[in-house]
Write a protein that binds this ligand. Structure first.
Ligand code: ATP
Ligand code: MG
Length: 408
């Protein structure tokens, strides 16, 4: 698929070396998308990459306009921005609209045979369309828009083209979303700083991968490093978005009254295999009459899972974890998570809830983004609760959350 000079070709990749190069090409694309926060630049990068990747004659992006519940052309390879400005496409009347409504990709070999295609769009953008792939751009379950490629330069689009476009579309959604967020947020420089480390290491590994004479094992290990760093970047991006949404009040809490003991049991089940894998011991002490609470169940679950994941990650092998939950009077519950792990110094404790904070002993033992506790604090405080911490280096830590049983 990718020639040695970096140009894209259309034949189907078969050997692992070629796959590795495609993978690397995508890493470069993702890195490139992460290199700017200017929306127009990102949109241009996306459409030109989409066009090249699929050997299409043109590519376009339609962004979802939530207040108007419509899609509008935001960028197209063969049209000026001005020409697109007034072209609004209503979801029900176009193929892109179908893709947006159904959140599903579509390949259409002949647009004139497909009922979902309406020629008025084709006329409006003055581009006679023969065939098309359209993929939804979704991140965090939010529709950002639709990415389309039009007219395969020879033959018709295939599933591989669709796969490439979906991969690009998902990263494009993240990039567009991040850009919007960054435009609004004063946390920009902080995140950029944090992204430099994983991006720097990916770039180094990508450079090393290009050296001739590497053994299969060496290649595999380098590719695995890239994959781990990509996953960490993804995690960091989604945690960061969570955090920024919480901070800007754009997260909508869905409160219900639910059984907290059941939720704790559910979370413990999720992490149990990890605990077993680390040969750690789990002790559970949950008051039988533990009150139900009124809260956003999914958000509280996220908090509990982060406390549990920290207790496992920053514990020792064969360490102990204790989960306790009790009523505090009539209107409060107290849940604590204790481990016998690396602990924290008084100095670490002072920075514990800062975004991206990770103690040096934590960095040495486990991966993480340092955003989990900032998110937990926001969620708990939004529910009118609080978090307390006790910790001693090399002895362990206890995180205690207090939650009101009803929202005021
Ligand atoms: N149980 C614990 N024992 C020791 N240190 C802890 C514990 N929990 C948190 N910490 C310290 O607080 C830091 C921040 O925790 P936080 O959960 O915010 O991030 P993380 O676990 O590093 O990454 P992630 O975003 O994946 O949760 C950790 O990196 C670690 O230094
Ligand atoms: Mg964590």
């Amino acid at each position: 698929m990718i020639a040695m000079d970096g140009e894209l070709r259309r034949d189907t990749p078969t050997d692992p070396g070629e796959m590795l190069m495609i993978y690397q090409k995508f890493i470069d694309i993702f890195k490139d998308l992460a290199s700017t926060f200017d929306l127009d630049t990102i949109l241009r990068k996306i459409i030109h990459t989409a066009k090249d990747l699929t050997s299409a004659e043109a590519a376009s992006i339609l962004l979802y306009d939530e207040p108007n519940q419509g899609l509008h052309f935001a960028a197209m390879t063969n049209a000026s921005k001005e020409a697109l400005l007034h072209t609004m496409v209503v979801p029900k009347e176009s193929l892109a609209g179908w893709v947006a409504t159904n959140r599903e990709s579509v390949i259409v070999e002949d647009v004139h045979q497909d009922k979902r295609w309406f020629t008025n769009v084709s006329k409006k953008i003055d581009f006679p369309t023969r065939n098309i792939i359209a993929v939804p751009m979704i991140t965090q379950n939010t529709l950002i828009g639709v990415l389309e490629v039009l007219n395969k330069s020879s033959g018709t689009f295939d599933l591989q083209d669709q796969g490439f476009l979906e991969l690009l579309g998902s990263q494009a959604a993240v990039a567009i979303n991040n850009t919007r967020l960054f435009q609004q947020s004063d946390l920009i420089s902080e995140l950029v700083h944090e992204l430099r480390t994983p991006l720097g290491s990916m770039s180094t590994v990508a450079y090393l991968l290009q050296r001739p004479g590497l053994s299969d094992d060496q290649r595999l290990s380098l590719a695995q490093t890239i994959q781990q760093e990509t996953e960490r970047l993804n995690q960091m991006a989604s945690d960061y978005l969570d955090f920024a949404r919480l901070e800007s009040g754009r997260i909508f809490f869905r409160a219900t009254t639910f059984n907290l003991a059941d939720l704790l049991a559910e979370c413990i089940e999720i992490v149990r295999s990890k605990i077993d894998h680390e040969n750690q011991t789990l002790m559970i002490d949950i008051e039988p009459q533990l009150s139900s609470i009124e809260a956003d169940r999914e958000k509280i679950k996220q908090v509990i899972l982060n406390f549990l994941s920290n207790a496992i990650k920053y514990n020792s092998r064969h360490g102990r974890i204790e989960v306790k939950a009790h009523n505090l009077g009539k209107n409060q519950v107290q849940v604590s998570f204790t481990d016998t792990g690396i602990g924290m110094s008084p100095d670490d404790l002072q920075h514990l809830f800062e975004r991206f904070f990770r103690s040096s002993n934590a960095v040495a033992v486990a991966d993480g983004t340092g955003l989990g506790l900032s998110i937990c604090k926001q969620i708990i405080e939004a529910h009118g609760g609080s978090i307390r911490v006790n910790s001693e280096v090399n002895l362990g830590s206890t995180f205690t959350m207090l939650l009101p049983t009803t929202l005021s």
